[in-house]
Design a protein around this ligand. Structure first.
Ligand SMILES: Cc1cc2nc3c(=O)[nH]c(=O)nc-3n(C[C@H](O)[C@H](O)[C@H](O)COP(=O)(O)O)c2cc1C
Length: 171
């Protein structure tokens, strides 16, 4: 696929077919795309939990109002906040870790779209509850959930604002 077709054709998918996504494909989303995102100072303090277990999926849905539909897989993009603090000072956990996780999420979603998979990035979930469900230590914080599965349908393309750019002096 042409790069602009991938970028502009990706939609947030909130209705999924029940078909599972293969372990190889889920692995590839992270290892071939997610970890190739830029990271501040190349610190790579991100961590990725891939969830396919139906009980875990059910529990995560209960604490995630922003998780719509029934995706067969989730990639929980986490950050090691202790390592982020060590490597980036206070800016590490407060800002750089979030920015890095967002960039990894976008890489995952674009590659997924190119593979014919649907995704949605989700920020609306209870962080402490998810941490407990996944048995994460305190220093490993979930930043985003990315739902993954085969789309049931292609949603309408939300209109993009065009008047958001200027060259040089602010207008
Ligand atoms: C930081 C961030 C958080 C988001 N959180 C949610 C969410 O919790 N639930 C959801 O369904 N979509 C969420 N979205 C997806 C947006 O609603 C979606 O990207 C937007 O409506 C544009 O649609 P598109 O992705 O199909 O172009 C989030 C997107 C971003 C960038």
């Amino acid at each position: 696929m042409e790069i602009l077709n991938v970028i502009q054709g990706r939609r947030s998918i909130r209705r999924y077919r029940p078909d599972p996504v293969s372990v190889d494909q889920l692995q590839a989303l992270v290892s071939e795309a997610g970890i190739w995102a830029p990271s501040a100072g190349n610190t790579q303090t991100w961590r990725f939990a891939v969830i396919t277990n139906s009980l875990l999926l059910h529990k995560i849905k209960l604490v995630s109002p922003g998780l719509l539909g029934s995706p067969p897989a989730l990639i929980v993009i986490c950050q090691d906040l202790e390592e982020a603090q060590l490597k980036g000072g206070s800016l590490g956990p407060q800002f750089l870790a979030i920015a890095d996780a967002a960039m990894a999420a976008q890489n995952i979603m674009l590659y997924a779209h190119a593979l014919g998979l649907g995704t949605c990035v989700i920020a609306s979930f209870h962080r402490e509850a998810l941490q407990a469900i996944l048995g994460l230590p305190r220093s490993i914080a979930p930043i985003f959930i990315v739902s993954v599965g085969y789309p049931e349908c292609t949603p309408r393309t939300p209109i993009r604002k065009k008047d958001v750019i200027w060259f040089n002096e602010y207008k």
